[in-house]
Design a protein around this ligand. Structure first.
Ligand code: FAD
Length: 418
């Protein structure tokens, strides 16, 4: 008999679980609290710039195999675009120095043996000194595992880990940093090709999923916030969305709770979840990118960390952005625009701009917070957890979200077979 699965939350984790479950023939209902699916990965029209922008620039790497499989499953893999080779141009705003990291196309990090492809002024021994990260224990911090100083640290390790962990790398979990290094740098250039959703996050990663789910008979209920999980014995017996809006579950029905950690903890008292978060700041400027500007430019020695060139728009990302959340918006926009002018070689008045500050962009990727992440299985037989904050072994990323959604779906399917 076809079983019903209710998915709570239409972020990437909920949608990936929904796609996998409809693929397997389940009847799926997705319930999303807000008016728009996508959660922390979405686009919207912004009146200040007159453009459709993303809540944040999202970078994927070719190593993100679950995220790519999800994009393939919803028919939008071609919307994730990037260079054929893993090339990362950088500029140091403090010195004006420019260089290009060329990780090549292979399955081994052979580029570290080639001085011309390495970070300038670094030697092979600097790269070998990163090895302890690869087998680091979960409880260790990055600064307890590798030396957080020197040229290689400042020009490669710091920008990479800051982007991946969204906190000052020395404080970060060495276990999570090690997972990133194992899956990317250590896996050679073929794993490190940068990919972006040039047409927008919603157009590439969200709307095609919704379309596919509708076509497969799934229902998507927007503005439908779950208020209570009614428990009967060892399972969820009903979902309460409002005083006169309760969905009773039949035996064999299942629930995937794919909401952020605070919402999950309030729906499931006693659940251990990460309690501390870090912000990410994005700024978007309506400005035609110069022809010679690469699609993604790494920046060190300034305020901005990554500059993205989109059609009609220059956008930047600043991770670990808590220090900037209360800064006056105009002042912040001007400071960022000054960095962009130097990096992109452009000049002029501040163009139309927008600043998006996501205060709880990711859980704090410290060893202590990482230890609070719960597994997929819950205390209740028919309830499974998903989300980038569950115990995926990765920091809060799209790849982690998709893995968590896939894993929750696999548990639901195993339950059906049992
Ligand atoms: C600014 C920014 C930049 C980022 N950059 C990158 C990047 O470059 N690369 C990368 O890989 N990752 C990046 N990330 C992380 C990535 O966006 C997240 O890991 C991913 O989107 C999380 O998806 P999720 O489904 O786990 O959670 P969410 O996206 O938080 O989805 C949870 C959903 O549940 C809904 N919900 C909450 N409560 C209820 C309820 N009671 N009932 C029903 N629905 C409910 C919410 O509205 C939301 O839609 C970035 C994140 C941000 C914010």
């Amino acid at each position: 008999m076809q079983k019903t699965v209710h998915i709570i939350g239409a972020g990437i984790s909920g949608l990936s679980a929904a796609v996998r479950l409809t693929n397997a023939g389940c009847r799926v209902h997705v319930h999303e609290a807000t008016q728009q699916p996508g959660g922390r990965c979405r686009s919207y029209f912004d009146a200040a710039t007159g453009l459709t922008i993303d809540n944040g620039n999202h970078l994927l790497l070719s190593a993100n195999r679950h995220a790519l499989a999800y994009a393939r499953a919803i028919g939008s893999e071609s919307g994730l675009v990037g260079p054929k080779r893993a090339l990362f141009p950088f500029v140091d705003l403090a010195t004006g120095q420019r260089w290009q990291l060329d990780l090549g196309e292979g399955r081994l990090p052979l580029w570290v043996f080639d001085e011309a492809r390495r970070v300038p002024d670094t030697a092979l021994r600097d790269y070998l000194a990163l090895m302890p990260l690869i087998w680091a224990k979960q409880g260790k911090r990055v600064d307890e595992t590798i030396r957080c100083e020197g040229t290689l640290y400042r020009k490669l390790v710091q920008p990479l880990l800051l982007a991946a962990l969204n906190l000052d790398p020395p404080d970060g979990s060495a276990g999570l940093a090690g997972a990133i290094v194992r899956e990317t740098l250590l896996a050679g250039g073929q794993a490190c090709k940068p990919l972006i959703a040039r047409e927008g996050l919603s157009a590439v990663l969200i709307e095609p999923a919704i379309k596919l789910l509708h076509a497969r008979g799934a229902s998507i209920h927007l503005s439908h916030e779950l208020h209570e999980l009614a428990i009967s014995e060892d399972r969820v017996g009903a979902l309460k969305f409002g005083s006169d809006d309760t969905v009773a579950l039949s035996p064999g029905d299942a629930v995937v709770l794919a909401v952020p950690p605070r919402a999950a903890a309030s729906l499931l008292p006693g659940l251990t979840v990460p309690t501390r978060f870090r912000a990410i700041v994005n700024a978007h400027f309506r400005f035609d990118p110069p022809r010679d500007l690469p699609p993604i430019l790494g920046m060190v020695g300034g305020l901005v960390e990554w500059l993205f060139a989109f059609p009609q728009r220059l956008s930047v990302t600043i991770s670990n952005g808590d220090r900037l959340v209360d800064m006056p918006r105009e002042e912040l926009a001007l400071a960022i625009w000054r960095d962009i002018c130097r990096a992109a070689g452009v000049a002029g008045e501040l163009p139309p701009w927008q600043i998006v500050r996501e205060r709880r962009a990711t859980f704090e990727a410290t060893p202590a917070q990482n230890a609070l992440r719960p597994p997929t299985v819950s205390a209740f037989k028919n309830l499974f957890l998903a989300g980038d904050w569950t115990a995926t072994g990765l920091p809060a990323t799209i790849e982690g979200s998709v893995r968590s959604g896939d894993r929750a779906a696999d548990h639901v399917l195993a339950l059906r077979r049992a």
